[in-house]
Write a protein that binds this ligand. Structure first.
Ligand code: SF4
Length: 403
């Protein structure tokens, strides 16, 4: 497919700026049934559709209220998943949609479609919510206001508890039939002090016994830090503990139940988890646009990157049917003002998404961060190349006898 030619289109935009715009505004789909990878509801950013532009696969909101007003429009894709994207009637270039994964056509022996056990995210990530219920979801006073974990369950798009055997069966098929490269296992928070770590450990062990697939597990900080080693030894390659919002007042307003686990407890958990999983293999997910200022987010990111934790900052996208469904998305300029400096912090601390073994930071589809990261890396390599050339010229001069 011809890549999107952002340089020569009628409205040229740097790729990261276009991704920021698409993730803030969403796109209008001429045929919303097109493609196979849109998802509604769930525990992570949702109501999105994966699309590839300029070689990058990104998750773009399509089922949200802002998306219906978006200046960006994508036409119904052809049989190969190819389409065109336009803004205010001007065609910007080509985009493509992942075709329906082959494993979606299979069911378990007891008749559960594989797609109700795990789904394809981005280009090559298998994602599952091991437990599709949460102690915090039942109560209006405790639930995270952005979360839709119960919606896909209520709509019959998934099952509540995925067993280790089911996950292993689906993961093996997704690797063999569709070439998935890594797996994300998240969970609603069950009752109990381990906060889902035990479920994730047994699930990771079962998948690893069936297929060699890097796995990121995602949970709240368990009460006991020994769970990090137990999850790692069970087969988890990377760990996500997601702050979502990073200041206490915003956390208490947006996620009153989860805010009972303080930001400082997250930091002590990060400090305990990094030596187990390694620098850059522990990450957190921060939703920009919930009320934290740019300075709040960057100051937390500075602290995180210095301790070896990858802060994956994504624009908040409201999900239909949640208490925040009318909350505005952050502007592209706000995202740009965070992701630019954050890419500098990643570079300075040696954290790279391509070196993450599994998970959201590696996938990168929910944020433009990895394009900023690549740009910062490219600038740095260019600067180092220029310095090397300068050194060589000085060496030549010295060899020429000027000294
Ligand atoms: S970044 Fe995470 S939540 Fe987003 S598509 Fe990739 S794996 Fe899924």
């Amino acid at each position: 497919m011809k890549p999107m030619d952002l340089a020569s289109g009628p409205s040229p935009l740097p790729t990261q700026q276009l991704i920021n715009e698409l993730q803030s505004y969403g796109v209008r789909l001429v045929d919303p049934r097109a493609g196979a990878d849109s998802r509604r509801g769930g525990a992570g950013p949702s109501d999105h559709k994966a699309m590839t532009l300029d070689g990058m696969t990104v998750m773009v909101p399509v089922h949200t209220a802002p998306a219906f007003e978006s200046p960006y429009l994508v036409e119904k894709p052809d049989a190969f998943g190819r389409s065109r994207i336009s803004r205010d009637g001007l065609v910007l270039g080509e985009v493509s949609f992942p075709l329906q994964p082959k494993f979606y056509g299979l069911s378990t022996a007891d008749g559960i479609p594989y797609s109700k056990i795990a789904v394809l995210h981005g280009r090559d990530v298998l994602a599952t919510t091991v437990l599709q219920s949460c102690i915090r979801y039942q109560s209006r006073t405790k639930t995270c206001q952005f979360c839709a974990i119960g919606q896909s369950l209520a709509a019959g798009r998934t099952i509540e508890r995925k067993t280790p055997a089911q996950l292993a069966e689906v993961a093996k098929a997704a690797v063999e039939l569709d070439g998935v490269k890594h797996m994300v296992m998240t969970t609603g928070t069950p009752p109990g002090k381990d906060r889902g770590a035990a479920l994730l450990a047994e699930s990771a062990a079962a998948v690893k016994a069936a297929v060699n697939l890097p796995i990121q597990v995602q949970c709240e900080p368990p009460d006991d830090d020994t769970w990090f080693a137990r999850m790692f030894e069970a087969g988890a390659d990377a760990l996500g503990m997601h702050l979502e919002a990073c200041t206490e007042p915003v956390r208490q307003r947006i996620m009153p139940g989860k805010a009972q686990v303080s930001v400082e407890r997250y930091f002590s958990a990060f400090a305990a988890a990094v030596p187990v999983f390694g620098r850059g293999q522990v990450s957190t997910y921060i939703l920009a646009g919930l009320g934290d200022t740019r300075e709040d987010i960057l100051s937390v990111c500075d602290r995180l990157t210095r301790m070896g934790v990858y802060p994956f900052v994504v624009p908040f996208v409201p999900i239909s049917g949640t208490p925040l469904e009318s909350h505005p998305t952050p502007t592209p300029a706000f995202m740009n003002s965070i992701l630019g400096p954050l890419s500098g912090m990643l570079l300075a601390t040696g954290l790279k998404s391509i070196e993450v073994k599994a998970g959201c930071a590696k996938c990168g589809a929910c944020s433009a961060l990895s394009t900023y990261e690549r740009q910062a890396l490219g600038r740095d390599e260019m600067r180092q190349g220029e310095m090397r050339q300068g050194d060589m010229r000085q060496g030549d001069m010295r060899q020429g006898g000027c000294a």
